[in-house]
Design a protein. Structure first.
Length: 178
């Protein structure tokens, strides 16, 4: 690349990087203003990951006597609308009215996904089926290891967050682009 073209790329990339950095600091429009406790960002799990997690946690929930009740969360983007308590309760009632039907449809979708998977596996050879089973097993082990790691990190963070033992904030140098 020639020197003038490098300068042109640098001139175009600089403002773009600055824009992305600033956009990351600004909350999205309609974000909930009154959050009680910030939660770490988590990726939405795939349907198969959710099903595997539900299968793993189902015996635990039954053993602890927990029932599957609908969450009392507002729909996306409703948190920033300054709803009254009456409006929130009305929304919760509406959600409760539709929740059983949604759960039935989700069960139907899960059944269809299982049929789809079994038909797709019917096309595979025996060696391919073994490879698929091995891949699924290793993915399951990786998920379990990651979950254990997250749990231990969370426990370590909780131990570090004792009020009398808070460390002084570390001064950071601003990032520079060479």
């Amino acid at each position: 690349m020639t020197t003038p073209s490098r300068k042109a790329v640098a001139l175009a990339a600089g403002p773009a990087l600055l824009t992305f950095a600033m956009a990351a600091l600004i909350p999205p429009i309609g974000a909930q203003e009154a959050r009680t406790k910030p939660s770490p960002a988590k990726a939405k799990p795939s349907a198969s990951a959710r099903k595997a997690a539900e299968d793993d946690e189902a015996p635990k929930a039954k053993a602890k006597g927990k029932s599957a009740r609908p969450s009392r969360r507002l729909p996306t983007y409703y948190g920033g609308l300054n709803l009254t308590d009456e409006q929130k309760e009305s929304i919760y009632e509406i959600e409760a009215k539709y929740q059983p039907e949604i759960q039935d449809l989700e069960k139907q979708a899960d059944a269809l996904r299982e049929r789809l998977a079994s038909e797709c596996e019917g096309v595979l050879t025996a060696a391919q089926k073994r490879a698929l089973a091995d891949t699924r097993q290793s993915a399951s082990e990786r998920r379990k290891a990651a979950a254990a790691k997250r749990k231990s990190e969370t426990e370590a963070e909780e131990l570090e967050e004792k009020p009398e033992e808070k460390a002084e904030p570390v001064a950071r140098k601003p990032a520079t682009i060479d």
